[in-house]
Design a protein around this ligand. Structure first.
Ligand code: SAJ
Length: 435
């Protein structure tokens, strides 16, 4: 069976199914289609399937013209019909792996798809999980579901893990030039998955097991979480010492080796960094191992919105105002600059906390029109001189490139900068995190 799948991949006759047409799945769909494969996009949302079939992109990183071209060439078809999984020779699972309310891994999307695949599993199919998850998921969760078919891994079907490495809005790195890590349950699975991804990625890195590949991805992101937490803690210490953390980071960055700059902020958001530490910590606890350092970092990062609120309160007090009733304008609610993604954004926590303090809060974000908070929905306000000068405090929460920081600082009575974008502006009315 391996021969036929191998030849189908080599001669591009293999049909590839991408399950989950989000910020990971849709770019992957286009990449395989542009490599010459027929791709079946599968999503639970009919609206997404309809948009794909009409060649319309709803993911900022997916160019609409490129999508329309491969759809017009008949290389991409999207559907919500999970039974069509049987048509695919290779299946890439790119569904969300969120956390539950108690910050435990939520693998319900992954197990649902594994069950759908199992129902129509046939000899010759390669299944690859891309969703970020704890080490052991592929072997301990996916494999048992697929084995219920009675088929054997490594001879009938093939199972591997290959972490997504999509960085939203990254203009430099993409699927083609970002090395792809691959680890299969059997060596044949590793070989087939490596062959598949080498059709779209310049560099495929095969590792000895799916757990190694799973750990690689989680480690990459936990590395960021702990380094961001370190600089967030340093920022709070610098405030007490009258030192500018921004100046310290700038000076430390002159070291040409052995140092990587990270920056303090109002907390961390996104679909990866806030979640991945909990995936690893949860698995570690199962093995009676407490990842104290990793969990402490998450605690520090999650405390940042509360620290920022305290600093805003101090800044308003210095101007004779209290938070209650003060007009506070928050600039930027996306989880990082120049993107339209709001998931887990710390700015949302800032808005919630300001509302809880009965502050007259509003926000502006050119990429986000509305945010739904626990008790209220807010719409992005225009950024006019009138609005800026009327605010008692303007909080820079996300430093979108389109913001004219000098102009904002000139018009605002008071600025609280959580991103260090005003360091070149000398003014009494500007307060900064980390100073
Ligand atoms: N953040 C800081 N300080 C920093 C860096 C980030 O506070 O020094 C905050 C951001 O504002 C954001 C959060 O952390 O709220 C996450 O930022 P991020 O730069 O890590 O961006 P993400 O979440 O989009 O992470 C993705 C990840 N990509 C994948 O998981 C495939 C991550 O591995 C990438 O390294 C990261 O993009 C990247 O480098 O941009």
């Amino acid at each position: 069976m391996k021969k036929s799948l191998e030849s189908e991949i080599n001669n591009k006759s293999a049909i590839i199914a991408i399950v989950g047409l989000g910020y990971v799945g849709l770019p992957l769909t286009v990449a395989f289609a542009e490599a010459g494969y027929k791709v079946l996009g599968i999503d639970v949302q009919q609206a997404r399937a309809d948009l794909v079939n009409s060649g319309k992109s709803y993911i900022a990183d997916v160019n609409g013209e490129r999508l329309a071209k491969v759809v017009a060439n008949g290389l991409i078809e999207a559907t919500t019909d999970q039974s069509r999984l049987k048509e695919a020779d290779a299946i890439c699972i790119c569904v969300p792996t969120p956390l539950t309310k108690t910050k435990d891994p939520d693998l319900s999307y992954v197990t649902y798809e594994a069950e759908q695949i199992q129902e129509t599993l046939r000899p010759g199919q390669l299944i690859v999980l891309e969703s970020t998850t704890y080490p052991g998921t592929t072997k301990e969760v996916i494999l048992p579901i697929l084995l219920q078919s009675g088929l054997k891994e490594g001879s009938d079907f093939y199972l591997a893990y290959s972490p997504e490495r999509v960085d939203p809005n990254n203009q430099k790195y993409n699927i083609k030039n970002t090395p792809k890590v691959v680890g299969g349950i059997s060596s044949t699975s590793t070989k087939l998955a490596t062959l598949l991804y080498s059709q779209i990625a310049d560099n495929v890195v095969d590792v000895s097991s799916p757990e190694t590949a799973e750990m690689t991805k989680v480690f990459e992101n936990v590395f960021r979480s702990v380094n961001i937490a370190l600089v967030n803690e340093l920022a709070q210490l610098c405030e007490k010492m009258g030192i500018s953390v921004w100046e310290v980071i700038k000076a430390a960055s002159t070291k040409p080796y052995g140092y990587t700059p990270f920056y303090p902020g109002p907390g961390i958001g996104g679909h990866c960094i806030p979640l991945d530490p909990y995936y690893l910590a949860n698995k570690a606890r199962e093995l009676d191992f407490h990842t104290r350092f990793i969990e402490l970092a998450s605690d520090i990062n999650e405390h940042m919105p509360y620290h920022v609120i305290e600093r805003i309160m101090d800044a308003l007090n210095s101007a004779g105002k209290s938070l209650k009733g003060a007009k506070v304008l928050v600039l930027g609610v996306a989880y990082k600059k120049d993107i339209e993604d709001i998931r887990e954004s710390p700015a949302l926590k800032l808005l919630e906390l300001l509302c809880a303090k009965e502050t007259d809060v509003s926000f502006n974000d050119p990429y986000i029109n509305e945010v739904k908070l626990t008790h209220v929905a807010l719409t992005s306000t225009e950024l006019s001189s009138k609005i800026l000068s009327a605010a008692d405090c303007v909080v820079i929460a996300t430093d979108h490139s389109c913001y004219d920081i000098k102009d904002i600082a000139a018009q605002a009575k008071l600025v609280f900068d959580t991103r260090g974008v005003t360091t070149e502006i000398r003014s009494e009315n500007i307060h900064r995190l980390g100073e």
